[in-house]
Design a protein. Structure first.
Length: 140
């Protein structure tokens, strides 16, 4: 075997190892889109029948629809907030994390993998541990 063939085989093997190591979570928005459309349709229907409802009932219905929408979109809202933090927070603040992946990336992975409540809980536990005696590689 020539040196070029050995190097080519090494890069080919390394490429397959890297491809196997990368885990991309499945993240689709079909369910969220359906919930958004349903909440919007209910809101439009409530506005159309406002003439037939008293004001307190209408306000109660509007609050219930808003709360249901916020709960259905909590995952996307949190991921958007984490993206904004990762994008716009000062580099000095973001580079202070001692763990790999960073605390914000860890929380993002936990929210995608475990859901909103368990993911946020695990993320906050991780932030509490992010002090000088701790650190290193920590996967969700």
């Amino acid at each position: 075997m020539t040196d070029k063939e050995i190097i080519k085989a090494f890069y080919k093997a390394r490429k397959t190892e890297v491809c196997k190591a990368v885990i991309r979570p499945k993240f689709t928005m079909y369910k969220e889109l359906l919930q958004f459309v349903a909440a919007t349709a209910i809101l439009i229907a409530a506005i159309l029948v406002r003439a037939y409802l008293s004001t307190p009932i209408f306000i109660t219905l509007l609050c219930a629809i808003s709360i249901a929408f916020i709960f259905s979109q909590a995952k996307n809202i949190l991921l958007l907030m984490l993206f904004a933090y990762q994008r716009f927070a000062p580099k000095l603040l973001r580079s202070a994390c001692l763990f790999q992946p960073s605390c914000s990336e860890y929380m993002k992975q936990c929210i995608i993998k475990y859901g909103v409540f368990r993911g946020v809980k695990r993320g906050f536990k991780r932030i509490k541990r992010c002090r000088p005696p701790n650190g290193g590689l920590d996967e969700p």
